[in-house]
Design a protein around this ligand. Structure first.
Ligand code: N5H
Length: 256
């Protein structure tokens, strides 16, 4: 197993125990890393605190951070700097789209809905990377989460697909900017997992079934698998990789 002992990682976007962010946090914890969790608002704080406390030998820090607020972001990373000095990576696991925009046709997307989704799901990575750069004195690794709908048209993913396309392009431009500081930026394109984001998706079972039938591995992926891949991207084993989109999807993306 890869050791990340003595290294500190910020995990943004844990909503509950099903979150991919939580899978990443658990894998990081298993690798011996120190963890800092950020939560968007008070409503989410209690759940994140309970999960953080459930980790064996918890040595974790919680910081509030709404990524749509530049002030919050600045305060959050200043507080992290004050508490730990420097960090070695950030897991950005944050996205949002209004429910009504995740059905029907993309052509009907409102300006406000589009901008909100871009702000929370794509621009936030740029802002987080800028803040994180100031706290990554020894270089680092930034990992964000995307989905195949950012590369091709997937039913109902609509404006989230466009936000993920912007996120994936942002990964490449950020990788180019931050490479000279030995900061790597990559994304993981996870197969569908039943998270809070997926809640209310009417035909989610059909989507999962299609993966079981068509993906090379003939099964769906788990939070743990995404978490372990993130640990690889956070570790020195991936030191030659940046600007990459790693598909952790049972190979589904290679299928026509
Ligand atoms: C093709 C699909 C199925 C249809 C699309 C699902 C898109 C989900 C992503 C967004 C981020 C979900 C979202 O913003 C839901 C909100 O409108 C309502 N939920 C909330 O506000 C909850 C409480 C909070 C915690 O959620 C968020 N996001 O803040 C894609 C699926 C097969 C795969 C999938 C589910 C992809 C993905 O991007 O998550």
């Amino acid at each position: 197993m890869i050791s990340l002992k003595g290294k500190t990682f910020v995990v943004m976007g844990v909503a509950n125990f099903r979150s991919i962010a939580w899978g990443i946090a658990q894998s990081l914890h298993t690798a011996g890393a120190n963890l800092i969790f950020t939560y968007a608002n008070e409503r989410l704080e209690k759940g994140v605190r309970e999960l953080a406390d459930s980790l064996e030998n918890p040595n974790t820090i919680l910081v509030q951070c709404d990524v749509t607020s530049d002030e919050d972001l600045a305060k959050c990373f200043a507080s992290i700097k004050e508490q730990v000095g420097s960090i070695h990576g950030v897991a950005h696991c944050i996205a949002f789209a209004n429910k009504e925009d995740l059905k029907g046709e993309f052509v009907d997307t409102s300006r406000a809905g589009y901008l909100l989704s871009q702000d929370v799901s794509a621009y936030s990575l740029v802002a987080v990377a800028r803040e994180a750069k100031a706290v990554m004195a020894e270089g680092g690794s930034i990992v964000t989460l995307t989905y195949l709908g950012g590369e091709r048209v997937m039913q109902n993913y609509n404006l989230m697909g466009v936000s993920k396309a912007a996120l994936e392009a942002s990964v490449r431009y950020l990788a180019n900017d931050l490479g000279k500081y030995n900061i790597r930026v990559n994304s993981i394109s996870a197969g569908p997992i039943r998270t809070l984001s997926a809640k209310g998706v009417g035909d989610f079972n059909t989507i999962l079934k299609e993966i079981e039938e068509k993906a090379p591995l003939r099964r769906n992926v788990t939070q743990e698998e995404v978490g372990d891949s993130a640990v690889f991207l956070f570790s020195d084993l991936s030191r030659g990789i940046t600007g990459e989109n790693l598909h952790v999807d049972s190979g589904y993306h290679i299928m026509g």
